[in-house]
Design a protein around this ligand. Structure first.
Ligand SMILES: Cc1cc2nc3c(=O)[nH]c(=O)nc-3n(C[C@H](O)[C@H](O)[C@H](O)COP(=O)(O)OP(=O)(O)OC[C@H]3O[C@@H](n4cnc5c(N)ncnc54)[C@H](O)[C@@H]3O)c2cc1C
Length: 468
C-alpha cells in the first residue's frame, strides 16, 4: 500500500504526491495534524478555518475515488513510529513545502529516516527549486516548469478501506466553528470561481486598482490563500492565463498578474535557499539596527491604535477580512520598522497571524524588504499621510471603518491632526521618518556593507528587471 501525506497541497488536480501515489490504486491519504505547527511562527486560527474548509473539499472529492483523507493527530516523530509499526513496506509520497523552522526541522528528521531505505518520494512544488539553485537559470527553469502538462486527478482506489485514523468529519467536529464569515472561503471550487471571474472580468484595471485598498478588494485576483494552501496549482493558473490571454482586452493587466505568479515563487525561493531568514536579516549587518523593542508601541500598531486614522483603518480592515492589498501591507510594515523602529523579527509573526494567505516564503522576505534589511533593495519609507490622501481623498473608507471620525475634516484625518477627537499619535510621522532615513543610510554607507550586499544579490537577487 502507498501512503500519501497531504500538507498544504489541498487539491486533486496537478498534485504530484496524489497522482504518483495513486498509481498503485492501493493508497491511503493522511493529513498530519500537529497542534504545535498551528501555534508556530505566524500561524493562527485565521488560516486554520480556510485550511479546514479546503481539507473537507479535498476529502469529499477523494471519496468519489474510493478514497478519503484520514487525520493523524500528533507530530512527525509519532507518525514515523506509526508508519514503521503498521506499514513497514509502504512508500510515502509527499509534496515539498517551504515552511518555517518548526515544520522544516521535524520534516527533515522524518525524511532522513525513510530516505535510508528509499521509501520516501518528495515531489517539487510551485516553481520553487530545491538543492543547488542557479539563480542565473532560475527564470528559465520556472518557465519550463509552468509549461509542463498538468497532472491528472488521482486514480481511484480499487477497494475502499480506512486505516482507522480520524475521519475529516470527526476532526472537523472537534473545532467549534469560530471562523468569521468575512474571511475568504477555502476549497478548490472557490479557487476556480475566483480565477474565472478574474480572467473574464475583474482583471480590468487590475494594474491601477491594486494600489487602492478599496478597489483591490475586487480587482485583485484574491487567489493568495488558495495558492498558499494549494487548492489550485500555480501551473494551472499560469496555463489558464496563457490560454485566455489572446482573447483578453486587458492584456497589460494580465501581464502584471503573470509577473506576480513568477514573484510568488521567486520570493519563496529565498526562504528555501536560506532558511535562517526566518530570524536573521538578509543583510546580516542590519540585525544590529533595531535592538530594543517597545511592546506597548507594537501592541498599539497591531491593534490599530496608532493615532493615524488611515493606518488604523488598514489594520482594522485586515483584522476583519484576513486580507489587505500589497501596498497597504507594505505601508503597515514600513510604519512598524521605520516610524516605530521596532525589530521586524517581533512584528513579522504578529502581522502574519492576521493573514489568511500567510505564506512564510513570501511574507518573511517581504517584511525584510519593507524594513530595509535586505541590502539589495532601496529602502522605501511609506508616508502614511500621503497614502491616506492618495487612496481615500475624501476619507469615506476611513470613516466607514472608524465611524467615530464621521463629520471630521478629511485633511485633519489625513494628517492625523485631530486635537482630542481621536486617539493621540504614538509617534511623529515626519520626525520618525527622518530618524529612520538617517539611520538606514548611515548603515548602508561603508564598503563592508556593499561587499555583503553583493553576495546577498548573488544568492537571492532577481535577474529580471522589476516593473509594475
Ligand atoms: C509585508 C508583506 C507581507 C506579505 N505577506 C504575504 C503572504 O503571507 N502571503 C502571500 O501570498 N502574499 C503576501 N504578500 C504579497 C502580496 O501582498 C499578496 O500576495 C497579495 O496582496 C495577495 O492578494 P491577491 O491574491 O489578490 O494578489 P494578486 O495581485 O492577484 O496576485 C496573484 C498572486 O501573485 C502572488 N503575488 C502577488 N504579489 C506578490 C508579491 N509582491 N510578492 C510575491 N508574490 C506575490 C501571490 O501568490 C498572489 O496571490 C505580502 C506583501 C507584503 C508587503
Amino acid at each position: 500500500m502507498d501512503l500519501i501525506l497531504v500538507n498544504r497541497n489541498l487539491r486533486l488536480k496537478d498534485n504530484a504526491a496524489l497522482f504518483y501515489g495513486s498509481l498503485s490504486q492501493n493508497y491511503r491519504v493522511i493529513y498530519l495534524y500537529d497542534k504545535c505547527y498551528w501555534n508556530s511562527n505566524g500561524r493562527s486560527k485565521v488560516q486554520f478555518g480556510f485550511f479546514l474548509e479546503s481539507l473537507e473539499e479535498l476529502d469529499a472529492s477523494l471519496k468519489k475515488l474510493n478514497s478519503s483523507v484520514e487525520v493523524f493527530e500528533g507530530n512527525f516523530s509519532e507518525l514515523r513510529k506509526y508508519i514503521d509499526e503498521n506499514y513497514p513496506q509502504s512508500k510515502i509520497h509527499v509534496n515539498h513545502t517551504t515552511d518555517t523552522s518548526y515544520f522544516r526541522n521535524n520534516f527533515s528528521d522524518f525524511k532522513k529516516h525513510f530516505d535510508r531505505n528509499e521509501r520516501i518520494l518528495i515531489y517539487s512544488d510551485f516553481g520553487v527549486q530545491t538543492g543547488d539553485v542557479n539563480r542565473d537559470k532560475w527564470a528559465f527553469e520556472w518557465n519550463k516548469l509552468m509549461k509542463k502538462n498538468l497532472l491528472d486527478i488521482p486514480k481511484p482506489n480499487i477497494k475502499s478501506s480506512h486505516i482507522g485514523l480520524t475521519t475529516v468529519l470527526e476532526f472537523k467536529n472537534k473545532f467549534k466553528s469560530d471562523k468569521k464569515t468575512t474571511f475568504q472561503s477555502g476549497g478548490s471550487s472557490k479557487a476556480y470561481e475566483l480565477l474565472n471571474s478574474f480572467l473574464m472580468d475583474r482583471s480590468h484595471g487590475y494594474s491601477r486598482n491594486m494600489s487602492s485598498p478599496i478597489e483591490a478588494e475586487t480587482s485583485c485576483s484574491r487567489l493568495s490563500p488558495h495558492i498558499s494552501f494549494g487548492t489550485i496549482s500555480i501551473r494551472e493558473i499560469y496555463q489558464k492565463l496563457e490560454a485566455f490571454y489572446p482573447f483578453s482586452n486587458n492584456k497589460s493587466d494580465l501581464n502584471s498578474f503573470r509577473k506576480r505568479l513568477y514573484w510568488h515563487c521567486h520570493f519563496i525561493q529565498k526562504l528555501e535557499t536560506e532558511p535562517e531568514l526566518e530570524y536573521c536579516s538578509m543583510h546580516r549587518m542590519c540585525d544590529n539596527l533595531r535592538e530594543k523593542e517597545n511592546k506597548e508601541l507594537i501592541e498599539k500598531w497591531i491593534t490599530g491604535q496608532t493615532g493615524y486614522p488611515f493606518m488604523d483603518a488598514c489594520i482594522k480592515y485586515l483584522r476583519e477580512n484576513g486580507w489587505i492589498n500589497f501596498r497597504m501591507r507594505a505601508m503597515i510594515m514600513s510604519f512598524a520598522s521605520y516610524n516605530l523602529w521596532q525589530p521586524w523579527q517581533l512584528t513579522s509573526p504578529l502581522l502574519a497571524e492576521l493573514f489568511v494567505d500567510y505564506e512564510p516564503g513570501i511574507h518573511i522576505p517581504q517584511v525584510q524588504m519593507q524594513s530595509g534589511v535586505t541590502g539589495i533593495n532601496l529602502p522605501r519609507i511609506y508616508s502614511v499621510t500621503k497614502q491616506s490622501r492618495d487612496q481615500d481623498a475624501d476619507g469615506i473608507w476611513i470613516k466607514k471603518i472608524i465611524p467615530s471620525l464621521e463629520g471630521l475634516d478629511p485633511d485633519e484625518i489625513h494628517d492625523a491632526n485631530l486635537n482630542g477627537s481621536y486617539i493621540p499619535r504614538i509617534v511623529d510621522h515626519k520626525e520618525s521618518s527622518k530618524f529612520a532615513r538617517d539611520k538606514i543610510w548611515a548603515a548602508r554607507k561603508g564598503q563592508e556593507f556593499k561587499t555583503i550586499a553583493r553576495s546577498v544579490y548573488l544568492k537571492h537577487g532577481s535577474r529580471k528587471r522589476r516593473s509594475a
